[in-house]
Design a protein around this ligand. Structure first.
Ligand code: ADP
Ligand code: MG
Length: 238
């Protein structure tokens, strides 16, 4: 089943074309990586899926429904950014609860959901702390918890682990992947890290200059790169 359809998405900033006629189908419960060098348009594509950017042309469908004009808050997507942007003046509990408070969810239900998601991410002992009292890895878990608490069916992640040191990155990577499968969420994961994409994704879409060059499972893109650029970028064997 197709969850997200991108149909000829073009995004221009003035005269500059950041996304050039992107067409892609993302399967339900799939973990897809958008992989490409810096400036290739990955974040722009992710924010367009989120509804933060409106495409200059092209349509976006969720579950076959045209959402091109639907604002971000009505798309049921969870967003995790590279710079975690937790609210510094709010404790962890409140940080995670915030999206539910905005939606006027009853207090007892918020309490239950926050504790549930905090437990899943092993941060339930940190709910009473402020963000500055947490390590980088813990902060990133809070950001993931905040994105998951609304039970989104799509999780959009923009280089979420790039500020973590190598060991933590592996740990949160595994955690994220486990949760995504367990919860049955469709994940779109932006990264410029080839190893990360190859290790985590069900499929990888390679992006350069606002275009998708190749889409396939990790083996396919690694062993059968369709372009010299893809082979070079992935370090494929000759
Ligand atoms: P990536 O995430 O792959 O590094 P981006 O999607 O952030 O790339 O950016 C793609 C291109 O679009 C870059 O050349 C960038 O400078 C340009 N760009 C991104 N956002 C804007 C914006 N709001 N206004 C103008 N240009 C932008
Ligand atoms: Mg980016």
């Amino acid at each position: 089943m197709v969850k997200i359809t991108l149909d000829g998405i073009t995004k221009k900033f003035g005269d500059f074309t950041a996304l050039n006629n992107i067409t892609l189908e993302i399967e339900d419960k799939e973990f897809i990586a958008l992989l490409g060098p810096s400036g290739s348009g990955k974040s722009t594509l992710l924010y367009t899926i989120a509804g933060i950017y409106k495409p200059t042309s092209g349509r976006i469908y969720f579950d076959g429904r045209d959402v091109t004009e639907v604002p971000p808050k009505d798309r049921n997507v969870g967003l995790v950014f590279q710079n975690w942007a937790l609210y510094p003046h709010m404790k962890v509990f409140k940080n995670i609860a915030f999206p539910l408070e905005l939606k006027k969810v009853p207090k007892e239900e918020i309490e239950k959901k926050v504790r549930e998601v905090a437990k899943m991410l092993h941060i339930d002992h940190l709910l009473d702390r402020y963000p500055w009292q947490l390590s980088g890895g813990q902060q990133q878990r809070v950001a993931i918890a905040r994105a998951l608490v609304k039970e989104p069916d799509v999780l959009l992640l923009d280089e979420p682990l790039s500020n973590l040191d190598a060991l933590l990155r592996l740990e949160v990577r595994a955690e994220l992947k486990r949760l995504q499968k367990e919860l049955g969420i469709t994940a779109v994961y932006v990264t410029h890290d080839q190893a990360e994409a190859l290790a985590m994704a069900d499929r990888i879409a390679i992006i350069r200059d606002g275009k998708i060059l190749q889409v396939g499972d990790p083996d396919e893109v690694y062993y059968k790169p369709m372009y010299k650029f893809v082979a070079g970028f992935l370090g494929s064997p000759p």
